[in-house]
Design a protein. Structure first.
Lengths: 422, 295, 280
């Protein structure tokens, strides 16, 4: 019996000691840590890593370059913030960055912003009311991808307005052969493509969800028309039936499968097409966003740096971010992304690469964009209204529940008031 | 008498020594996360900001929100249907794979596979297969002339929950199957022989011998699987994101949406904590039944 | 006699039909996964997908092993899952034996209480768990996963083993006590052989649970040298595109260990039965 006890005592002790023995984690406060975004274009992470390591060697600091897939960033960062040891620098998109702006976690970067010649679009996209926390890295202009072969087969000119787009779509549409003219995702689960599309149409039709002073002005005849327009794309079957639940990946895959004629996307798909499907790539043209009675609005995002004060190396982090924009390195980096990224520093577009018509198109798109929450002030409340995808929900109610559009609009107004009233 | 007492003393010591390690691992390790989550549900916590105590405000706001109740009902429907189907088919296939036939080993391995692949991959594979245009499911149904127009598996209010249930069932059957199979194989063959001699038919043997022997395992598998199904997150989040219009939202996805997508941890934690009583009642019912069985 | 034979044939047919249906149902999505892992990129998305790809390629596997850190992830996963399973099974066997066979104070309490580890989903627990592991100084140390996974695996293993042990008649052990066996000896000599099929199942499932766990692994491990397979697979997703070839090929490789383990465990099932029979 004693033997049994001994065995057990050992087993129990082992279990307890497991935690103690394995404890070998080191406190890493003076280490410079960067969490970079993983990019489809592998060259980006290689170049950025080399740049970071070079910087650390020059400045004699220990550095750690970590690649974080965008889908994992939110959970990892939330945990790290709550655990009190966030990384020093994080690369993410501006929409995500703005969600951290109100937390009192980020370092003010106005000194970096004034010391470098950022273009106005870059300043605009990184602006937020809570403070100057965001340094843009590159614009991610959206483009309208259109299947030239389908349009040519139907003998149509390329559309320029939302109205023309719908008329063309009715002709090109061929559901019997599994081809739908349009591929706009309208699900609420991922990214901001769906809400961005709704906002673009509402603005183009002359509606203003929230005005410059932060008043909810969504309930207008213009917005009503816009909602009816968007809903009609689904009700008339111009988009695939499942598009109503697509996330941001839905339109990419549908386009790659050749099952839709038009999608809206950043340049990421463009790179993938070139790489994986040259035939489809040759039949694709990138157009500017459609016009409406009030003009053309393209919600445009960017990649950006944010610096965490709790990371412990704010000065070194700022130095790295500033030196990242070394003209030769930066210019080449953006070009390596093959048009998918557009520069935010004046003079970086000064290269034959950007004279190529396709790349020039992306560049032009990047300059005319508006922030997601336009024209409302950028703060926690307006950002939350965007991430709750209130406009998408309104469209879903009309399409899926057959709700009267005016009723859906009234509920949309109530949603805005609830969120902005908080 | 003295002998009896000394046996009891030995059992007491041994019992504590045997259970102490898991007590330490489970209670110490889970204690903080568990208590902290419950605490947060009474605060207005957001990530990066200190928490302020707000009493029952979060609970009042979720209980008066019709979306919460809709999500709650979805969760109940999702859990009950999935569990019943998984249990029935798990049991049937366990009985089948307990018979000896050619190819039994390969069938067993094949039927384990759905559990063996990572959840994220299973969810995305099914999502791809469900696609109304280039998904293989609609393609096969059309080739067989069962349907003429594609079915929007994930895009319709009525089908979305059903479609994610299929995936949960697909992933969950192996759990029941193999748990029950393990129990079946521990049954003493002599019991069956005795039953045969008594002239009991297949069904009598099943209800009088098989079922009582595997009942403890069936009860516990059902309980565990119910909890897992109740808290299932990956599956629904990756396939429909709870959409369209919350048609396939369950408590776990709703929690995540509130806590992390909208950074309202207080409310999110309250949603998660609000279902604990349901799970505890369920557990008490099952274990009470079980303890009385063991005497 | 004739009708008996008739019934027998009908039963055979039924068994084979059911087995084929079971295999089709379980393996069709797996087949789709393997097919995709062998499909060249330009055929990955087709409007009318075919069941059999027109061309096969091993490029995705080549890329997986030469251009990604998949092997590191794989070895980390093997390390974490094997040790987690071993610790959990040993501890759970001891505890389950105590909770079914020994009378001691607090038995029912512990038995009910281990359950609480399952009341909240990991989707809400990951932040406080990170804080705890951070306090222990174990962030980005794969051994932390071995400890944390015990909270996922042990309650399952205990509950299943309790029910397997409970089904074993007490008379078998009592015979061993008469022969002068201690409790531990009775556990090893009598209970374990009979419960071997059940233990094999519990071990297989414990292994797959720790093998496939994603959220804790993703949050607690920050560098590739410590990360596990599910995190590695997830890294083949970019913001709005998925590299299906790599995702599917890595998933296929990732599902192999559980299958191999199960085939290995199946031997135990047979010997378990035989051993139980001999003991009678």
């Amino acid at each position: 019996m004693k033997k049994a006890f001994k065995v057990l005592a050992v087993a129990a002790m082992l279990a307890i000691c497991v935690s103690g023995v394995f404890a070998s984690g080191s406190a890493e406060s003076d280490k410079l840590i960067i969490w970079d975004k993983s990019e489809y274009v592998g060259a980006y992470n290689e170049l950025a890593k080399a740049r970071f390591e070079e910087f650390c060697a020059e400045n004699n600091v220990e550095g750690e370059y970590v690649i974080v897939p965008p889908n994992d960033l939110r959970q990892r960062l939330y945990a790290a913030i709550e655990g009190g040891n966030p990384p020093d620098i994080v690369v993410t998109d501006d929409f995500m960055a703005k969600q951290f702006a109100g937390m009192g976690q980020l370092a003010d970067v106005s000194d970096i912003k004034t010391s470098l010649p950022f273009i106005q679009a870059g300043i605009n996209v990184s602006y937020c009311e809570d403070g100057d926390f965001i340094v843009p890295i590159a614009m991610l202009a959206p483009g309208l991808y259109l299947r030239t072969d389908k349009w040519e087969a139907a003998g149509l000119d390329y559309p320029t307005t939302w109205e023309e787009l719908r008329e063309d779509a009715r002709i090109v549409n061929d559901p019997a052969n599994d081809f739908y003219a349009l591929g706009y995702p309208m699900g609420t689960s991922g990214g901001g493509d769906a809400e961005g599309m709704c906002r673009a149409v509402i603005l183009a039709f002359g509606g203003v969800p929230v005005d410059v002073d932060g008043n909810v002005t969504v309930n207008s005849p213009e917005t009503l028309e816009a909602l009816k327009y968007i809903a009609s794309l689904y009700e008339e079957g111009l988009c695939p039936p499942s598009a109503i639940t697509w996330d941001d990946m839905g339109n990419n895959t549908a386009y790659l499968a050749g099952s839709v004629g038009v999608i809206q996307n950043s340049g990421s798909l463009y790179s993938q097409l070139r790489e994986e499907n040259p035939e489809l790539f040759a039949n694709t043209i990138i157009l500017p966003f459609m016009q409406g009675p009030a003009g053309s609005f393209a919600p445009t995002g960017s990649n950006c740096f944010i610096i965490f004060t709790n990371g412990g190396s704010v000065d070194m982090a700022k130095k790295y971010v500033t030196e990242f924009f070394d003209m030769d390195f930066y210019k080449n980096l953006v070009i390596q992304m093959g048009g998918m990224w557009q520069p935010v520093i004046e003079g970086a577009e000064d290269d034959p690469f950007w004279e190529d018509p396709e790349n020039a198109g992306w560049l032009a798109n990047s300059l005319g964009g508006v922030p997601n929450t336009y024209p409302a002030p950028v703060n926690d409340a307006t950002n939350r209204a965007f991430s709750e995808q209130v406009c998408v929900r309104a469209v879903q109610k009309i399409v899926l529940q057959g709700m009267d559009p005016q009723q859906a609009l009234n509920e949309l107004e109530a949603d805005f008031n609830r969120i902005l009233g908080k | 008498m003295g002998h009896e007492a000394s046996i009891f003393r030995v059992e007491r010591k041994l019992g504590l020594a045997f259970t102490l390690p898991i007590f330490i691992l489970i209670f110490i390790l889970m204690g903080f996360p568990f208590a902290y989550t419950i605490y947060l549900s009474f605060t207005n916590k957001t990530v990066g900001m200190p928490a302020q105590f707000v009493g029952l405000a979060n609970y009042i706001s979720i209980f008066t929100d019709s979306t919460y109740w809709r999500v709650f009902m979805n969760t109940v429907i999702y859990t009950v249907i999935c569990i019943v189907v998984k249990l029935v088919f798990g049991m049937l296939f366990a009985l089948l794979l307990n018979e000896s036939f050619h190819g039994r080993s390969i069938t067993r391995v094949a039927m384990l596979l759905p559990w063996a692949i990572p959840g994220m991959v299973a969810a995305n594979t099914w999502k791809w297969m469900y696609n109304d245009q280039y998904g293989i499911i609609n393609e096969i149904l059309r080739d067989l002339h069962i349907i003429s127009t594609p079915i929007p598996w994930l895009g319709s209010m009525g089908l979305a929950l059903f479609s994610v249930m299929i995936v949960n069932i697909w992933r969950g059957i192996p759990f029941f199957l193999f748990s029950i199979l393990g129990a079946l194989q521990s049954i003493d063959d002599q019991l069956y022989d005795a039953g045969k001699i008594d002239g009991a038919n297949v069904f009598q043997r099943f209800f009088n011998i098989t079922l009582p022997s595997i009942m403890p395992v069936v009860a516990i598998s059902t309980l565990l699987s119910t909890i897992w199904t109740f808290n299932d997150f990956d599956n629904i989040w990756l396939i429909t994101g709870g959409g369209p219009l919350n048609a396939s939202s369950v408590i776990a996805t709703y929690t995540y949406e509130q806590a992390f997508m909208y950074n309202d941890m207080g409310t999110g934690m309250a949603v998660a904590v609000s279902i604990i009583p349901v799970l505890v009642i369920l557990m008490v019912l099952v274990t009470k039944h079980r303890s009385s069985e063991n005497g | 006699m004739k009708s008996l034979k008739h019934i027998h044939t009908a039963k055979r047919i039924f068994i084979y039909v059911a087995a084929v249906l079971g295999i089709l149902w379980s393996c069709f999505p797996i087949y789709w996964m393997i097919k995709s892992s062998l499909t060249p990129n330009d055929e990955m998305y087709e409007l009318h997908p075919s069941l059999v790809p027109s061309r096969l390629t091993l490029d995705h596997y080549k890329q997986l092993f030469t251009q990604s850190e998949f092997m590191t992830f794989f070895l980390n996963s093997v390390y974490v899952a094997v040790i987690t399973t071993l610790i959990a099974i040993v501890l759970a066997i001891l505890a389950s034996y105590a909770m079914t066979r020994l009378r001691f104070k607090g038995r029912n309490f512990i038995r009910k209480a281990i359950f609480y580890a399952y009341l909240l989903p990991t989707a809400v627990l990951f932040i406080p768990m990170y804080q705890l592991v951070s306090k222990l100084g174990l962030i980005n140390n794969k051994n932390a996963l071995i400890i944390v996974y015990q909270t996922i695996v042990i309650p399952y293993a205990c509950y299943m083993l309790i029910s397997y042990f409970a089904a074993i008649p007490k008379s078998l052990e009592e015979a061993a006590f008469v022969d002068g066996c201690t409790h531990l000896k009775a556990l090893v000599k009598v209970i374990l052989p009979i419960a071997a099929p059940g233990i094999a199942v519990v071990a297989t499932f414990s292994f797959t649970m720790s093998w496939n766990e994603y959220l804790y692994a993703m949050v607690l491990m920050t560098s590739p040298s410590q990360q596990t397979v599910p995190v590695g697979i997830s890294s083949f997703r970019y913001s709005d595109n998925m590299i299906w070839g790599l995702i599917m090929s890595s998933s296929f490789i990732a599902s192999l260990p559980a299958v191999i383990l199960y085939m290995f465990a199946q031997r135990f099932m047979v010997t378990g039965l035989a051993a139980g029979g001999v003991k009678q």
